[in-house]
Design a protein around this ligand. Structure first.
Ligand SMILES: [Zn+2]
Length: 438
């Protein structure tokens, strides 16, 4: 029997962490932050490392590893599925407690190195990077396989934990993009080959959305449509998107070239992911774009660069965060913001009250300045219901464990599995620490 211990991210969105255990050996999959709770604590992603672990745990910003302290000595490997902070962001806080190597793909490990450096802390665990579509032994009885899948950040994998009693597939997060812009299509062949899949742990963020998530190539077309199909001569253009979305950043650079504008990336978070992309062999953005790495250097940059209309600025602050670069530019802090200057939101508002308020304040500010605002120029990195159906059929698990969603989303995933013929007792809506055996 395989034991599945949900540690974080069950019946909540964020701080993903699951233990897959066979006899006295286990693999920890993901160790992430709960972004909303974390940002509330720090008001900023760039948290000083001094925040005590007990505070992070008390405020539900990280998985509560103290509740599974007895299990931690069984952990033979920590395997990270991808580079988003809700999957990797808690590693710097806990790595020294777990005493096991941290495994990930190249981009994920490079992002993790940056996070550790940022916090000026050394971690004793070995960081091991593996190619996508590889298999490696982590203990006498356990093997882990990384299968390439598409998402909104590069080198995302399904983490498959192979045990002598069958395997567990961890698919959190993913989409099925058949025309991706960076890297190949999902490795359907490897998925089909999986045998004796005891359980599938399944991203449910868009389980309520009855469609197939469009490809990232559609997002590129949406951006082209807005940026190439709108008159912008003598106007300043600002685009904001997720810093970790390397494929999207590449599309923006391509479009800048067509517009004969120099792309300028502004902000520490963008610099961090651009550096990780370079180290992971995903391209050298600094050859094609100017970089202003620190907010503190902005004033100086704009003093030197008086003309803004031959550039395309890529900035942080898509959720309207008041301290981020976009909000500060919108207030006219660095250069006069003129009527009909363009602001393109290549993102979606992550739904929580704080973001809604911040975005609404930012958009009012921009409207007062008579900016042209384009919102939702974006497609998601998460699968929807029709992808889930495809995926469950492909993996053919004995048990389905919906995760990464609120109760309504998890129930929608359950409904789908029931519709596909699963018995009720093979679908498990878990709470953190409510372990099961499969
Ligand atoms: Zn993700």
């Amino acid at each position: 029997m395989i034991e599945i211990i949900p540690v974080g991210g069950y019946s909540e969105i964020g701080r993903n962490c699951t233990l897959v255990k066979w006899k006295d050996e286990s693999v920890m999959v993901d160790l992430g932050l709960h972004m909303e709770n974390y940002i509330r604590l720090t008001e900023d992603e760039d948290v000083p490392f001094e925040i005590p672990q007990s505070t992070l745990i008390r405020e539900d910003a990280v998985p509560d590893l103290t509740a599974v302290s007895d299990e931690l000595k069984t952990v033979k490997a920590v395997c990270i599925s991808h580079a988003h902070l809700d999957h990797v962001g808690a590693v710097p806080f806990f790595a020294n407690k777990i005493k096991a190597p941290i495994h990930g793909t190249k981009f994920t490990i490079e992002v993790l190195r940056k996070l550790v450096d940022d916090k000026k802390k050394k971690i004793s665990s070995e960081l091991v990077s593996h190619p996508e579509n590889s298999k490696f032994r982590v203990s006498k009885n356990l093997e882990v396989e990384f299968i390439h899948i598409t998402h909104s950040t590069p080198h995302t994998v399904l983490v498959v934990v192979h045990t002598p009693d069958g395997c567990v597939v961890y698919a959190n997060d993913f989409k099925l993009d058949n025309a991706p812009l960076l890297g190949p299509k999902p490795n359907y062949e490897a998925m089909k080959k999986l045998k004796n899949v005891k359980a599938l742990i399944l991203d449910s963020l868009y389980a309520l959305d009855p469609r197939k998530t469009p490809s990232e190539s559609i997002a590129r077309e949406m951006l082209r449509d807005v940026l190439l199909g709108t008159s912008s001569d003598d106007k300043t253009i600002l685009v904001t998107t997720f810093s970790s979305h390397i494929a999207r950043l590449k599309s923006i650079i391509e479009i800048s070239k067509t517009l004969k504008r120099t792309p300028v990336f502004i902000g520490r978070s963008l610099a961090k992911y651009v550096d990780a992309a370079k180290a992971a062999g995903l391209g050298d953005f600094e050859k094609e774009a100017e970089m202003v790495r620190y907010g503190s250097k902005l004033e100086q940059y704009f003093k030197k660069t008086r003309k803004t209309t031959d550039k395309l600025f890529v900035v942080t602050g898509h959720q309207g965060e008041p301290k981020a670069v976009l909000s500060r530019i919108a207030k006219g802090k660095f250069f006069p913001f003129n009527p009909e200057d363009l602001v393109v939101f290549s993102c979606k508002v992550i739904p929580n009250e704080e973001n809604f308020v911040n975005r609404s304040n930012l958009e009012s500010e921009l409207k007062n300045k008579k900016s042209r605002i384009f919102t939702d120029i974006h497609v998601s990195g998460h699968a929807c219901r029709e992808d889930h159906r495809e995926f469950i059929r492909l993996i053919n698990p004995e048990n389905v464990i919906p995760t990464h969603g609120d109760l309504a989303m998890l129930n929608a995933q359950k409904e789908l599995a029931l519709e596909m013929g699963y018995e009720e007792d093979k679908i498990h809506i878990l709470k953190n620490f409510s372990k099961i055996w499969v």
